[in-house]
Design a protein around this ligand. Structure first.
Ligand SMILES: [Zn+2]
Length: 430
């Protein structure tokens, strides 16, 4: 049955129990009529609307990968082809599309990652030990005589199982301040150093009799006691003395509970956003990407530039690689069509670039995307990077639109200067 919008059952909820989520996404697409939306519009709707539909349910359950995959494929279809039935190639993998914008990608919400982060919020709540009924219930049922992290993951509650699945993520942002020491593992948690003692003193950890003790257990009669499985060698004893000396600076205060704070936020309080950003920001920020997303141009042209710089435009060569049956040649020059060909090497592109060079007194113009990103974009006398990116965006978009008119609609411009006037006219940006 469903209770307050989420499925509950006394049995394990499998993928089919959550199939209502992809269906909801699918239904939502219908009235939008994706064919009237630009790529930029589809990108926004995908993020603001489609990705937010499952959020509520994801705050309670750890959804199976199969459910996420189904939702991803609906979002991917919508992003690349709208709601039209006509097949369009997906030019980039979904993992790439959902990487953050500052790393050069589209930043569409990764629901798998978001699902994990939303559940980690419960761990934060549990460790704040509220007096609320839900917490008392969990405590009596699953944490009898132990804390959250050492509790067994087994149990009928799917909610509880979900929390256990994401508990390793909590350690990325949590820092412990020891009071009583009963909620902190002596060897497994970060409390004395920024890494757990089992890593810092790996040699000693291999010999301890009770590796799962909490800090409180090792504080006996105002002294630190750790038991080892055998007598220590003189070298090992020196290592233990080192640890023992460090522990002397530390004392247990039975009146204060252990406190957890969140290192990824200035307020030291947990936020889902901070964890999501931390977990998805594992790449290197891209300089070109920063420039694209900040440029004052319509979103559909930003999307086009993202495709251009990542080699994801549906040009002849890329389509042939995906099994397309056409010849993949430029309709003006008859050579194999690549992004560099359309934007730099084609007769039309060469003409446009030479006019740009003369009119703007640029001295030199780039001959490939590589030259553009490795030198040309980063400053030309009085023209700043943003202006250069803006110029490139305009001319590249015009060349692309002209190419599509020629290749798909078989509509050729009367003279090459028509293309230039199109580029200069505001109408091209609309
Ligand atoms: Zn050509």
């Amino acid at each position: 049955m469903k209770y307050l919008g989420i499925p509950i059952s006394n049995k394990h909820l499998n993928t089919s129990a959550f199939s209502f989520l992809p269906q909801k996404l699918y239904k939502r697409l219908d009235p939008w009529k994706g064919k009237h939306l630009t790529s930029g519009g589809r990108q926004i709707l995908s993020n603001t609307c489609l990705s937010s539909i499952p959020l509520y349910c994801m705050g309670f359950y750890w959804l199976q990968d199969g459910v996420h995959k189904k939702m991803d494929s609906i979002k991917a279809n919508f992003l690349w082809q709208g709601t039209e039935d006509k097949f369009r190639y997906h030019m980039a993998k979904w993992e790439m599309v959902s990487r953050p914008k500052d790393q050069g990608d589209l930043g569409i919400i990764n629901t798998r990652l978001m699902n994990d982060c939303l559940l980690v919020k419960w761990i934060w709540k549990i460790l704040q030990e509220p007096d609320e009924l839900w917490f008392k219930l969990l405590k009596t049922k699953y944490m009898r005589g132990t804390n959250f992290f050492s509790a067994k993951s087994k149990g009928e509650s799917q909610f509880w199982q979900g929390l256990q699945k994401v508990k390793h993520l909590f350690k990325w942002g949590a820092t412990l301040t020891i009071g009583r020491g009963n909620n902190c593992f002596f060897w497994h948690d970060c409390w004395l150093h920024e890494v757990p003692l089992k890593i810092y003193y790996e040699d000693l950890y291999r010999m301890v009799s009770h590796p799962d003790r909490v800090v409180w257990d090792c504080w006996v009669d105002q002294d630190w006691v750790v038991q080892f499985r055998r007598a220590l060698s003189s070298e090992e004893f020196q290592r233990w003395t080192l640890l023992y000396d460090e522990l002397q600076h530390f004392s247990i205060d039975e009146t204060i509970p252990d406190r957890v704070s969140w290192a990824l936020e200035k307020t030291k309080m947990f936020t889902t956003k901070s964890l999501y950003i931390f977990l998805s920001n594992r790449g290197i920020p891209s300089r070109v990407a920063g420039l694209i997303w900040k440029c004052k141009i319509p979103l559909k042209i930003k999307f086009f530039l993202w495709q251009t710089f990542n080699n994801k435009l549906p040009v002849g060569l890329s389509l042939l690689k995906r099994g397309w049956k056409g010849d993949g040649k430029c309709c003006l020059c008859g050579v194999l069509e690549t992004i560099n060909h359309i934007l730099f090497d084609c007769v039309l592109a060469k003409l446009i670039w030479s006019i740009i060079r003369e009119v703007l007194c640029l001295g030199d113009v780039p001959h490939s995307l590589q030259e553009l990103t490795e030198g040309w974009l980063w400053g030309k006398g009085l023209l700043s990077m943003r202006v250069l990116m803006f110029l490139f965006a305009g001319f590249a978009w015009t060349l692309w639109v002209t190419r599509n008119k020629m290749a798909i609609e078989k509509h050729f411009p009367n003279t090459p200067s028509d293309v230039l006037f199109d580029a200069l006219r505001d109408g091209r940006y609309s």
